[in-house]
Design a binder for this molecule. Structure first.
Ligand SMILES: [Zn+2]
Length: 468
């Protein structure tokens, strides 16, 4: 048969199960998945022998901030370094957050983000649109849906950045989501109580005494839980679909579970840092580097979130990649409220979930594929083009070795970050080979992509049916 490439001899994994099969690629698409395809290939077909490996759908990281101006600086990863890092980690699709600056329209933000990514990104990309100007932005939502953006984001905090939405704005946005078939992504933290707790500690004596521990001390779990509970109520009464981003607490998982049982259309995502790190990181020498928003919580929270992934109340793992170098983090000068919050994550997401989840018997491989590939594709309007290995789907593949471990070392990574939260950890699950629409981006664990061939992915509003 006249195929370009056959990925031969591996175990193909889906959200339903796994099977020994070859994968045939023509052009940018998968055209066949079956045993023995390599034997039927024409002599010109390239055969990639992946015997003993797992063949996964390329992962979808639907929570990424690249080339974002924030905290008087710009994230250290842009669409070049960020998507190189992604490819090494087996991620073949990202969805970034287009964010209007000042009084920009949503269309301004869309144009701005296309400019950042077009001709720069190595993998396919889409955007969520942040709603930061109440009614004015809400009126522009249908236009964004026509441009392929059915997912919107509101922040319950970040008044200082001019991004905050109040309850009325969240309520109104959820009503609009119901009308257009969209999904509202919410950063759920309770602003008024958070501000109060911060103000109580924001003086030199406390900062000298506690340092970056204040980041955790001023954000107890109820800061997230109360906000999730409130957002869920607005989803319940409006019927708009709600998606809680970067959920960090066990209490949040409980709330989402109970809401879903009552038939409320709420979904949630967690991130590797909430699963594999805990607040002891803030006690270390470089504790301030680990500041994220929300911050990593306790080991018990992490265990509850793993359970949520197994049971389905946590549907997605994405990274909230938002990288800052040591120099950028060092601007905090001992004041935790000045810390640029965020960490690199694209390169290590699948390896962390594979090593700490699958190899540690917390998740099955099928559940990893559901959380990192298939569920995000379904929820984000990309299925079955992405998130599954079947004829007709894009040839986005991540091939991983079941046991081969690599030691994390920022010096050898693609991310433009001069530190890594998992420095020195030995992880299996880095992509040995990565294919994006048939083009090989990673070979033998090294990035080899050329030409920045990532494309903008317009997305459709969807009614997702999830596999968990
Ligand atoms: Zn984020």
């Amino acid at each position: 048969m006249n195929w370009d490439t056959v990925i031969a001899g591996g175990t193909v994994v889906s959200a339903e199960g796994k099977q020994r099969a070859d994968v045939a690629i023509r052009g940018e698409r998968i055209v066949a998945v079956a045993k023995g395809l390599a034997r039927q290939a024409s002599p010109a077909t390239r055969i990639v022998d992946v015997a003993g490996r797992y063949v996964l759908p390329g992962a979808i990281d639907m929570h990424v901030h690249l080339d974002l101006a924030v905290c008087d600086t710009v994230t250290s990863d842009n669409f070049d370094s960020g998507t190189r890092a992604a490819a090494r980690g087996g991620v073949t699709t990202i969805i970034d957050f287009a964010t209007p600056y000042g009084d920009d329209t949503l269309h301004d933000a869309f144009d701005n983000w296309i400019r950042k990514a077009d001709g720069v990104s190595h993998i396919d990309y889409g955007f969520h649109m942040c709603l930061t100007r109440g009614e004015r932005h809400l009126r522009q939502v249908p236009e964004m849906v026509r441009l392929g953006i059915p997912t919107f984001k509101q922040f319950m905090i970040y008044a200082r950045e001019g991004w905050q939405s109040d309850d009325g704005q969240i309520f109104g946005a959820l009503e609009m989501m119901r009308q257009v078939g969209g999904t509202l992504l919410v950063h759920a933290e309770s602003c008024a109580v958070l501000d109060l707790l911060v103000a109580r500690q924001h003086h030199p004596a406390a900062m000298k005494r506690h340092g970056v521990l204040l980041h955790a001390m001023t954000r107890p779990s109820f800061i997230e839980a109360e906000a999730i509970q409130r957002a869920i109520k607005w989803a319940e009464v409006t019927g708009g679909r709600l998606y809680i981003v970067h959920m960090s607490t066990g209490e949040g998982a409980d709330l989402v579970r109970h809401a879903r049982r009552r038939g409320i259309d709420v979904w949630s995502e967690t991130c590797p840092q909430y699963l594999v790190l805990d607040e002891s990181v803030f006690r270390g020498k470089d504790g301030h580097l680990y500041a994220t928003s929300p911050q990593v919580k306790t080991e018990a929270d992490g265990l509850r979130l793993w359970q949520g992934l197994r049971r389905g109340e946590v549907a997605v793992v994405s990274t909230d990649t938002c990288s800052f170098t040591r120099a950028q983090k060092d601007r905090w000068g001992g004041d935790w409220t000045k810390l640029p919050n965020g960490m690199p994550g694209l390169e290590t997401m699948v390896p962390l979930i594979y090593t700490r989840g699958v190899l540690a018997a917390r998740l099955t491989l099928r559940q990893l594929v559901a959380a990192c590939c298939t569920n995000p594709a379904r929820l984000m309007g990309l299925y079955p083009r992405k998130g599954v290995i079947q004829p007709g789907s894009d040839a986005d593949l991540a091939i991983i070795h079941p046991t081969h471990k690599i030691k994390v070392d920022w010096r050898k990574m693609e991310t433009h970050c001069d530190w890594n939260p998992y420095q020195g950890w030995s992880l299996a699950g880095f992509a040995e080979h990565t294919f994006s629409r048939g083009r090989q981006l990673v070979e033998n664990y090294r990035f080899i992509g050329q030409g920045c061939g990532g494309q903008y992915l317009p997305r459709e509003p969807v009614a997702p049916r999830l596999q968990t």
